[in-house]
Design a protein around this ligand. Structure first.
Ligand SMILES: Nc1nc2c(c(=O)[nH]1)N=C([C@H](O)[C@H](O)COP(=O)(O)OP(=O)(O)OP(=O)(O)O)CN2
Ligand SMILES: [Zn+2]
Length: 136
């Protein structure tokens, strides 16, 4: 019997959407106000969902305390109150769009889980804009 266990988390971060190999004009045309050289911020809301068999003895798919600790170490401690472009090495040459942030979070959390567990990341950049990534 399979179930999905989810944990919500939150981080606040600044970013700028642009490509270093494009002119300011091209970045402005594609990314608009998100290309502000002085950056801008979001209150990101994260949902980490783990799917797997319910253990017959414990009744758990995964102990949520363990998931909470993984999210703190791999996401909150690294992203919260940071400038993603400047302070998070994964975004040195990767545009910190919601899509790419979700992929980076997936790639940081996945190795910390037992290999038989499935992972899905849902990241809200604003209350109305969100992306989902599950490694496909
Ligand atoms: N596919 C994507 N499109 C956009 C992304 C993204 O990450 N992926 N990001 C941005 C900007 O960074 C920014 O997030 C847009 O914010 P904002 O302009 O505030 O968004 P809304 O106008 O939709 O604000 P609401 O409050 O949600 O109405 C742009 N595009
Ligand atoms: Zn933004």
């Amino acid at each position: 019997m399979k179930a999905t266990v989810s944990r919500k988390a939150h981080f606040n971060a600044a970013h700028r959407l642009y490509r270093k190999d494009w002119s300011f004009e091209k970045n402005d045309a594609v990314f608009g106000k998100c290309n502000n050289p002085n950056f801008h911020g979001h209150n990101y809301e994260l949902i980490v969902s783990i799917t797997g068999e319910i253990d017959k003895e414990t009744g758990y798919v995964i102990d949520i305390k363990i998931l909470k600790d993984i999210i703190k170490t791999e996401v909150e401690d690294i992203f919260d109150h940071k400038n993603l472009n400047v302070e998070v090495p994964e975004f040195k040459d990767l545009n910190p769009t919601a899509e790419n942030i979700a992929v980076v979070i997936y790639n940081k959390i996945k190795p910390k889980l037992a290999s038989y567990l499935e992972l899905e990341i849902t990241l809200f950049e604003t209350p109305r804009n969100f992306v989902t990534y599950s490694g496909k």
